[in-house]
Design a protein around this ligand. Structure first.
Ligand SMILES: Nc1ncnc2c1ncn2[C@@H]1O[C@H](COP(=O)(O)OP(=O)(O)O)[C@@H](O)[C@H]1O
Ligand SMILES: [Mg+2]
Length: 251
């Protein structure tokens, strides 16, 4: 089976600073891949080039066998790629439910023509989306927060909402930038158990995370990168015990 995501010899520099150095990675469908590495290793840049937020200098990236390397971001998203950000991009003065509703793609109500000529269809779609939002929030165990304003939630709960928004997009490939950084152990467990269930629902996950225990717990494959290069790739246990990784984490 072809990989969900195939990154082939990708290079990216910023005015001579090499952020990605001949980076290659195959991500199998319905898997969870963890990207670890020190600050400045190029992890976020990797997400930025996969999603078309930044152009790459050279190389190729395919998603479901389609070359996305020169595509604009919105088109890549439309193919089924979604991401979360280190800086959560939520509308904090809106409720949790409304943030989720905004994330559903292709809402009929967004097309003015439908609003005028098929108001019934729009109402139906709204109702269906509300049900889907409730279902999603229950899946994540935060259905009791649906009508809370995002600004009233703890940081950990806000991170759950940002993950929920990512799932609401319906994307098959989810890129999560530090999904559990900076939150309490209980919420970490909740988020990890949600992430662990995603592959059986047909999702492919790539996550960046400093929390080694979290990475060990949910990832099928772990990649250690440094200075834009892939240094080690393998099953979590072997990567954790790799001398280069041990050295980086002890420093
Ligand atoms: N938009 C940018 N403009 C200039 N330099 C950048 C930009 N984004 C990242 N870099 C540089 O690229 C390197 C990799 O950064 P980044 O991908 O953010 O690392 P990580 O997420 O692993 O901490 C760093 O040297 C960083 O300073
Ligand atoms: Mg980063």
């Amino acid at each position: 089976m072809t990989p969900a995501l195939n990154i082939i010899n990708v290079n990216k520099n910023f005015d001579g600073t090499i952020a990605l150095d001949d980076f290659s990675l195959e991500v199998p469908r319905n898997s969870i891949t963890g990207i670890i590495g020190p600050n400045g290793a190029g992890k976020t840049t990797l997400f930025n080039v996969i999603t078309g937020f930044l152009p790459l200098d050279s190389g190729k990236i395919t998603f479901n066998d389609k070359n996305v390397a020169r595509m604009p971001s919105y088109q890549i998203m439309r193919l089924g790629v979604a991401r979360t950000f280190q800086q959560l991009r939520l509308i904090t003065r809106m409720t949790v439910q409304d943030n989720i509703l905004l994330s559903f793609q292709n809402q009929a109500g967004e097309h003015l023509k439908n609003t005028f000529f098929f108001p019934g269809r729009v109402k139906e779609e709204e109702k269906r989306n509300e049900e889907k939002a409730t279902e999603l929030l229950s899946f994540m165990g935060i259905e009791d927060k649906a009508s809370d304003l995002v600004e009233d939630l703890s940081y950990g709960q806000q991170k759950m909402v940002s993950l929920a928004c990512c799932l609401a997009s319906g994307a098959d490939l989810l890129l999560l930038d530090e999904p559990v950084a900076g939150i309490n152990p209980e919420t970490i467990d909740n988020i990890l158990s949600v992430i662990a269930k995603l592959p059986e629902g047909g999702k492919t996950v790539v996550l960046i995370e400093h929390n080694m225990d979290a990475v060990m717990q949910v990832c099928h494959t772990v990649v250690f990168m440094d200075e834009g290069k892939k240094i080690v790739e393998g099953v979590p246990e072997s990567v954790r015990n790799d001398p280069a990784v041990l050295k980086a984490y002890l420093e």
